[in-house]
Design a protein around this ligand. Sequence first.
Ligand code: ATP
Length: 455
Amino acid sequence: MKQGNGVDMETIVSLCKRRGFIFQSSEIYGGLGSCWDYGPLGVELKRNVKEAWWKAMVHERDDVVGLDSAILMHPQVWVASGHVQQFADPLVECKSCNSRFRADQVPGNKCPQCGGVLGEPRMFNLMFKTFMGPVEDQAAVVYLRPETAQGIFVNFQNALGSSRKKLPFGIAQIGKSFRNEITTGNFIFRSREFEQMEMEYFVKPGTDGKWFEYWLEQRFNWYTRLGIKKEHLHLRQHGKEELAHYAIGCYDVEYLFPMGWSELEGIANRGSFDLEQHAKHSGKDLSYFDDESGQRFLPYIIEPSAGVDRSVLAFLLDAYAEETVEKEKRVVLRLHPDLAPIKAAVLPLSRNEKLVPMATEVNARLRRCMITQYDDSQSIGRRYRRQDEIGTPYCVTIDFQSLEDHQVTIRDRDSLKQIRVPAESVATTLSAKLAGEPFEVLPPGGTPWLGPSGG
Ligand code: ATP
């Protein structure tokens, strides 16, 4: 199925494996259901996605601070949050083959696997359980967190007091979450171990509507700024029947994945539910004293909650393009430069030993300010294609002419245009281009160039 950007999931899965973005977990043992490993390029892409989120949500703002709370938390946290009682999906089991399915995802009572009869639905809690300490009894049960948000709520007073912030203010966190999902699939879209980027924004009741609107817009724009096409993204409002019992309002940011419109991020107005619950269950005062009005109250919370893995998948899908260049098929990932795993490839025209010293010198110069890849294998054309396919924005070529005029060629991934610049200025030139300077802008001594290493 091809939707949105016109690429199917199999194409992306195969590219991810071939080029070292994403592998199945424990592959040599036959794989582990719905767990994924990020390879050499995938780990860079994923870090860049998280970095871009952290920059926009924490570093570029005065009103949001960061947090990294433990995955294991006091079991009462999950009682207070409602997860112990309510974080469950209805599950049906086949009486013949014992396969289990989410009741809302199988029409009728026939097993999709073997055609057998399905039993009555029963509730299945999605939290992973484990034991803390050496004794495996009920008193030692702890959960792997199914969301990072609760670590933020329980640290509300710690973060507020130590950072001396005033409302409105937010706490952001990125980290692993675990859900024993009944039905997984669609590659990294739904897995049992995944990463979330969550921010809880605490506001004065009455101002929550305004801040809800504000975060809807901010979060939508974050994706488009990083290259997702507007027509592949929309905000979908939750209907009344879909809203969590405590939520005042909720929208999903949805992307047009190959399987159709699906959630990338949820943005909810949670009211004061979370702080109220934790105050009640912990017996601690989690209220806020407002100097201006002299009032004490429980803040309302606006929560943008995004998935790292789903974002990675959407960025990959939306960046993918196939084109014909000089009668040959070219696959290119037009990733935003901030997200591209490798920023520049350094390519000596051949393995000729005369080219090596200059090529390694250029690479060393560039490496100080960006991630590069040095590649001297195979023909220059094939090396360009390889870099296109992993989304490297710029290739720097060193040829025999470079030895004479000390200039190198820079090739632009998207336009395929080339410029020639002095070797000394390659790092400053590429840094400027990565920050958004048009490719045609030349440094002193630079020239537009279309030479023998073109294409
Ligand atoms: P869904 O309805 O798709 O199961 P959800 O509404 O349960 O998602 P939330 O609890 O709102 O998801 O979690 C916030 C974000 O965390 C989601 O928008 C998604 O990006 C990510 N996420 C949730 N569950 C998974 C999962 N099993 N695998 C990967 N990402 C997930």
